[in-house]
Design a protein around this ligand. Structure first.
Ligand code: SF4
Ligand code: SF4
Length: 305
């Protein structure tokens, strides 16, 4: 069996990547199983997805505690304890990280054991699509290459999965082109099948239920989102081009985190400690006064609309 675990942030496409990988394997005659896990659905929050591939029936279910391959869509997740990226990784595990850094540069900065390989998928997406966003096809293609699936199976799997998401034919073709560029470019590392799988079931953290008081649910904790800085979730930051801003307040209204405030002369100010980089403000700004600027990682920077 091959056990592949994907880690991403909500909106990056880790779940769809796991489906693309499973479908590519299925096209080649394997049995495949995929499933995602996420908490409160929130763009930018850590997400994991799992793909199992075998030649016969797969009886295991649930999370993959000891993966053969880990695919990390966002290097910032490695430092995020909530993402639990390092769980079950040892010297034999193959690890892919979407990063502009080489494996040799990244390894000393992290505590990642195993066989590490990297590729800057975000850069390839920017070149192909002109903006950052979901990189599901690129992640799926890299995973397919690393576990030895054929190029044409990956290409077909991308077409099927993205068609299910109602993407236009032109968008699917662009995704296929970018994905196959990644498939060809990623440096392969050994993926050793058959990691020992945990037989204990994972414990779910179930919130404590408090019975409603006077017929309505009671929120018992005071506002606490200020305590959780989400700047580390960000791959792109919104940056204001003041001359283009007409002071319409739309960015203020659309920001799902409430981290944009307006000055007396109607100009937005972003609280970068809590901005998670979802780019909704960039997309909603009618005058293109907000641009998405790629966060620095290894000295690589991009500006994209
Ligand atoms: S949405 Fe754009 S134009 Fe409107 S206030 Fe925000 S930055 Fe300015
Ligand atoms: S400021 Fe923009 S990028 Fe940051 S959280 Fe708000 S909408 Fe998202």
């Amino acid at each position: 069996m091959r056990a592949v675990r994907f880690h991403g942030r909500g909106g990056q496409g880790a779940k769809t990547a796991s489906r693309i990988l499973g479908t590519a394997a299925f096209i080649e005659g394997f049995v495949a199983q995929d499933s995602p896990i996420y908490g409160a659905e929130r763009r930018g929050a850590p997400v994991a997805a799992f793909t199992r591939i075998d030649t016969g029936p797969i009886k295991q279910r649930g999370i993959i505690a000891c993966p053969d391959l880990v695919v990390i869509a966002d290097a910032s997740l490695i430092q995020d304890p909530a993402a639990r990226v390092l769980d079950g990784i040892d010297e034999r595990t193959a690890v892919f990280v979407n990063s502009p850094l080489t494996a040799e540069q990244l390894q000393p900065q992290t505590s990642l054991p195993g066989h590490l390989t990297t590729l800057d998928l975000t850069d390839i997406a920017l070149q192909q699509f002109g903006k950052g966003g979901a990189i599901s096809a690129l992640l799926g293609a890299v995973a397919g290459r690393l576990i030895g699936l054929r190029r044409d199976s990956v290409r077909e799997a991308i077409a099927r999965e993205l068609a299910d998401l109602a993407l236009a034919a032109s968008q699917i073709e662009r995704n296929q082109a970018a994905a196959l560029q990644c498939y060809d470019a990623v440096r392969t590392v050994p993926v050793v099948p058959g990691a020992p799988q945990s037989t204990t079931s994972a414990q779910l953290q179930v919130p404590v239920y408090e019975p409603p008081t006077r017929g309505t649910a009671r929120i018992s904790a005071a506002a606490n989102s200020i305590l959780r800085e989400t700047s580390g979730w960000r791959t792109f930051r919104p940056v204001l081009v003041p001359d283009k801003c007409n002071g319409c307040w739309l960015c203020f209204a659309y920001c799902p985190e409430g981290v944009i405030s307006m000055t007396k002369d109607d100009r937005p100010v972003v609280d970068y400690a809590h901005c998670k980089g979802c780019q909704i403000c960039v997309h909603e700004c009618p005058t293109e006064a907000l641009v998405a600027e790629r966060e620095q990682e290894g000295g690589v920077a991009w500006t994209a609309r």
